[in-house]
Structures are given as C-alpha cells and as structure tokens.
Write a protein that binds this ligand. Structure first.
Ligand code: K7E
Ligand code: CUA
Ligand code: CA
Length: 641
C-alpha cells in the first residue's frame, strides 16, 4: 500500500509544482482558476490508491437494497436552476425537487395563485421574477442540532431568502432583501445571544457580496468608491428583515456560533475594488464577526440610518465606526488573501476560513474573538490559533465531530483531511505535529463538501459528500453540457474512501446531510388548511360581471364538473380541491392553449386565474397518473365566442 500511495503523492506534488509555476506567472490567469488539466493523471493514480486504502476504511456502504430506505436526507441547493432538492443518502437517489425561485409546471409553481403570492407579482399580476440562483441550504436548530422545522435557501441572483416547511417540503415564504445585490451566504442562528432559554433558531443571517450604490437608483454609477455592501438579519418566523449592517468590503459565506453571540462572514474584497486585480491586491482579507446583541442594542437605541425607501435600520459596521472593541459591533479578523467559506466546528470552539488563493485554512477561536470585544485581546489577528498549509484552492470545510476537518481543494481536485488540534499545536511551534492526515482525489474540482450532521453538535463522522464542479469523463457523454459528479466518501476510518458517484443536474453548491429520524413529513394535507377549499356545499360556477369563479373538486377518476362553460373575455378563476384522502393520490389539472398546468395533492386546494381570451372547446385533463381511468379524467372547458 505504501508504494501505491507514494506514486500517488509524487503525482500530486508534480501537479502542485506545475500549478505553483502558473500561479507565479499570474494568478488571475483563467487557466489556473478554471481548474487544472492534469486530472487525468490524478484520476489514474487515485483508483489504485483508493483500492489500497479500502483495506483500512470504516466500512460504510453506499448500496441500499431495493425496497430499503436511506439513512439520511440530503437537502441541496440547485444553483442556477433556482430550485432546492432532496436526495437520499447513502444511495444518492434523488427523491424530490422543490421549486423555489424557478417555475415548475410539474407542481404548478409560478402558475397557481398561491405560489404567485409567495413568489411576488407585478401590478399586472405577472411574476416579478421567474429565475433564481440557489447556493446554500441550512436547517433550523434547537439545542445545537436540527429540529426538522424549516430550511432556508438563498437566491444570489435577486437577493431573496426563501423558507421551506419541512413537513410538506414546500416553500412558504420569500423575502427580498433591500439594498443588497449578490446575496450569497446564509445561516440561521442556533440560540439567542441574550436569552439562553431561546435555544432555537429565531434569526437568519444573509451576506451581501456585490457592492452597489445606496440607494441603487441611478446615482453614483461612475464612482464605485461610494458603493457598499450590507449584512442582513431576517426574522425566522415572520421572514421580515430585522436590521442590516453596513460593512467594509463584501460579505461572502456565513456561519453562526453555537452560543448565539456571533454571526460571521468571510470577506474577500477588503480592497472594496470594482475590478478583479484590485480585489486581489491586499495580502490579507478578513473573517468578519458580528456581535448580534450589540447590533440589536444599537437599533433599539435608535443609532442607525435608513437607505432610500427602505425602513430597515442600518447600523454602521465599518472600521472607522468600530475602532473601540468595547463598543464595536463588528470585528474584522485578518485571514489569508481572498478567503472562501467559513464553517463552525461542531464543538462550538472554532471558525475555519479557507484560503482560496492561499494554500491555507485559518482557524479562529470564537472565545478569543469574544475577548477582543471585551477589550482584552491586543489585535484582531490574535484570535487566529492556526493556519495550516493544506493544499491548493481550499474552499469549504466540514467536520467529523472527532476533531478532524475536511476541506475541498478546488485546484488540487482533492479532499484533504486534517486535524484541528494538531494544526493549533503546529501554529504554537510544535514541529512534530502531524496536521494533514489523508488526501483523496475527487473527480473533479470540488466546491462544497459536507458531512453527515456535520453542521450540528451531533456530527457523526460517517459520510462526506464532495460536490464536484466538473465531471468530464465520469459518466456517459450527454452533449456539451455535462452532468455534475457528487462523490460519497466514507470517513469513518482513518483513510477516506470514495464509495460511490452519483450525478447531479447543474448545479448544486452546498447541502446538508440530515439523519432521517429528524425529518417528519405529512402524508396528506388537511382540507381546513385552505380557506378557499371547495366542498359539495360551494362547488359550481358563480359569475360577477365578467369575473367567473369555477369551484371544482377532484376525486379519482373524475373532476366534479364534466362541462364548464364561460364567455370569451371572462376572467376565470378555477379553484380545485382534491378530495382524495389516499396517500400519494395526486391529480393534475391542465388546459390546452391556456398554459394552465398544476397538481393538487390529497386534501389540498389550489387556484389559477386567467383570461379566457380565445373561443373553442378545450379538454381540461388530469396530468398526474392517478387511476386506471386517468386518461378519461377530463372535462370540457368551453369558451363561447
Ligand atoms: Cu463555494 Cu456559492 Cu457556497 Cu458554490 S459557493 S461551491
Ligand atoms: Cu386524476 Cu390522473
Ligand atoms: Ca482581496
């Protein structure tokens, strides 16, 4: 085994040398940042290395027998598909997609009145936005672990935060953040900073990546020095924006401390530059810590401004206003150049920022940051307790709950396993400390990696998933657009072992792996959940001028009305309640040439409104296979000329 590993290590180090040279020639070169070309060699090396390593791994299996259930749910973002997804682990089977910022005719998201009300409409009733870009999904907490109530997911494109109810796995609220562009990282809090009896999520924090004019109404277009970014806090229950903090530079990803005191975010553009060269000018950027209680005290005391027409209080978190630690609301801890990712260790002690342009990870001790705010730490940098060299292009870090960290190396196409305590010892001067424990090649260029329950104090150290950005030769070719690879890694033993690949539709970023006993979903809805429900008492057609309301029921295999007649020019609302009570018995409702297409689940009510602007006979039919007479489940929708 040793010799195979040696061969592998030689390949890795020659690749590193190649990249090192390129880096010296100019890091901004697209070749380096877009992923290295030598992965073919790395892949060949890894298969033998993995086979050898298999002897010493913990033995977790990816195979799930037919008819058997997975042990974990994975809740994943869908990138610029605008959706969120549910996957079963360890099988990698995709269980469901959750439309959020996109439109989805399968469920009728963006088509029904109810979903349009959540998505937001313009004055004419059409959707304000039909696209989105989801990156990060995180769950609500209680006692430092998931409580199975909510998921939150960001929209980087239109700066929106969405909430998903975990009992129905549907989006129930969306909030657009004022004066923010490029809302990237998000994370719920785990505890109240003041009242420790509130030991569950009540706030969600949102990073703002792109600087914009304040307000962004056409002013200051040629003077980016006046632009800025905001860090935002949203109320977890009402989804209203509570407050914002004006920051130095930009806010990228977000993490929260287990004690509720801090939210933090990595900043890669401390230079506040509008161009790429400028964003890479400084040797160090920062991991920014927000003292939540102090910010809220300032808001309460009226020490804030507002921007444009937004009424949200904005507190000044820039350096000049936060020079005295004892009154500061923000602490900028210097970390290596252009960091990416910030992740909280499950023991609650550390935040780890990845170097991205630096081959290091920076470990910050949360208690030392608290000391800085108390005026007892000399400099912000003194909160850094380790900065090990781990490999090229580190992006995101996950944890096994046993003191080890796993970081994605985008440029090396590897996952590196390193020990946090050893890194701290090394930083203190222990030359014998063995920091890096293992490396495994992944295929290819990983972005996020995440562990089973790894974002909670119940991190179980069983599985790690590598979300790779390029699949190249891993799957059957399907045209110029490739599938992406997700690789499941057994991390239960000393050596990491890749145990399966699965595909992903582009492009997931972050995800969480949640134990299945935490998730409790409903099997059918309750008729009374819907104030507009249709029952035998109110079913039928009512007319008010040219407004026609069709109240319809479905029960396999028929709609309650075989014929629906309206007049050309009418504004038609169809409200449909599914009276089937059987689990999984969903019906669809589609009307040709009218662009109507949605489903109703058991005991659910949905509605659509549209103008009957062309005459004719149209078969309103059921789209969702429900019964032996599913094809016969159709009614005549007649529009008189
Ligand atoms: Cu690294 Cu948007 Cu989390 Cu993608 S971000 S990978
Ligand atoms: Cu009802 Cu198909
Ligand atoms: Ca920078």
């Amino acid at each position: 085994m040793g010799s195979e590993r040696d061969v592998h290590d030689t390949e890795v180090s020659s690749r590193r040398r190649f990249l090192g040279k390129s880096a010296a020639l100019g890091l901004a070169g697209a070749g380096v940042l877009a992923g290295c070309k030598e992965n073919g060699a790395g892949a060949a090396g890894s298969s033998s290395a993995s086979a050898a390593a298999a002897k010493s791994h913990g033995g977790s299996k990816a195979h799930v027998e037919p008819g058997q259930l997975d042990d974990y749910y994975v809740f994943s973002s869908g990138g610029h598909s605008g959706e969120a997804r549910i996957i079963g682990f360890p099988s990698g089977r995709e269980l469901r997609r959750i439309p959020v910022f996109n439109m989805d005719p399968m469920v009728g998201w963006g088509i029904t009145n109810e979903s349009k009300a959540i998505l937001g409409t313009k004055a004419d009733g059409s959707l304000k936005y039909t696209t989105g870009d989801t990156h990060h999904v995180h769950g609500s907490y209680k006692d430092g672990t998931y409580d199975g109530r909510y998921l939150w997911v960001n929209d980087k494109l239109h700066s929106r935060l969405a909430r998903i109810r975990m009992d129905t796995m549907e989006c129930d609220k969306i909030t657009e953040l004022p004066n923010v562009q490029g809302f990237h990282g998000t994370f719920p809090d785990k505890c109240d900073p003041v009242d420790k009896s509130i030991n569950h999520t009540t706030r969600v924090f949102c990073g703002g990546e792109f600087a914009i004019p304040f307000p962004n109404d056409g002013r200051d277009l040629d003077d980016p020095s006046k632009w800025g970014s905001l860090f935002t806090c949203v109320d977890a229950e009402t989804m209203a924006v509570r407050w914002q903090v004006r920051v130095e530079g930009n806010m990228d990803l977000v993490a929260t401390s287990y004690d509720g005191r801090f939210a933090c975010s990595n900043q890669y553009n401390s230079e506040n530059a509008p161009d790429q060269a400028g964003m890479m000018a400084a040797e160090r950027d920062a991991c920014v810590f927000f003292d939540v209680a102090r910010i809220e005290a300032m808001v309460k005391a009226g020490k804030f401004t507002t921007i444009g027409s937004s009424k949200v209080p904005v507190v000044d978190g820039r350096k000049a206003a936060n020079a005295d630690p004892k009154t500061a609301v923000v602490c900028y801890v210097p970390v290596s150049k252009n960091p990416h990712g910030v992740n909280a260790s499950p023991d609650g002690k550390y935040m780890v920022c990845s170097g991205k342009l630096s081959p290091t990870a920076t470990v910050i001790e949360v208690a030392l940051v608290a000391k800085w705010f108390d005026g007892e730490l000399k400099t912000e940098r003194d909160a850094v307790v380790a900065e090990p060299e781990i490999g090229l292009g580190p992006l995101h870090t996950a944890f096994d709950g046993k003191g080890n960290a796993f970081t994605t190396l985008f440029l090396d196409s590897q996952i590196v396993k390193w020990n946090v305590a050893a890194a701290i010892a090394q930083f203190k001067g222990d030359k014998a400390a063995k920091v890096v424990l293992d490396r495994v090649d992944v295929h290819y260029q990983p972005g996020h990696g995440y562990t089973s329950m790894g974002e909670t104090k119940e991190a179980d150290g069983k599985f790690y998933n590598s979300g790779n950005k390029f699949s190249k030769d891993r799957f059957l070719p399907v045209g110029p657009l490739h599938s992406e690879t997700e690789q499941l890694i057994d991390i239960s033993g000393d050596k990491m072992v890749i145990i399966s690949d699965h595909t992903a539709y582009p492009e997931p970023h972050d995800a969480i792996i949640v134990r299945r006993d935490i998730v409790k979903t409903r099997q059918i809805y309750n008729l009374d959940d819907f104030p507009n429900k249709v029952t035998a008492e109110n079913a039928g057609i009512t007319r008010n001028g040219n407004k026609v309301h069709v109240r319809l029921m479905s029960q396999a295999p028929a709609f309650s009305m075989p014929v629906i007649k309206v007049k050309k020019g009418d504004e038609v609302t169809i409200t449909l309640t599914n009276h089937d009570k059987v689990e999984d018995l969903t019906h669809g409702c589609a009307i040709p040439t009218y662009n109507i297409n949605f489903i109703v689940n058991p005991q659910e009510t949905k509605s659509v409104t549209f103008k009957a602007d062309h005459a004719g006979a149209f078969w309103m039919y059921c789209t969702h296979f429900c019964h032996a007479l599913h094809l016969e489940m159709r009614s005549r929708f007649l529009v008189e000329g």
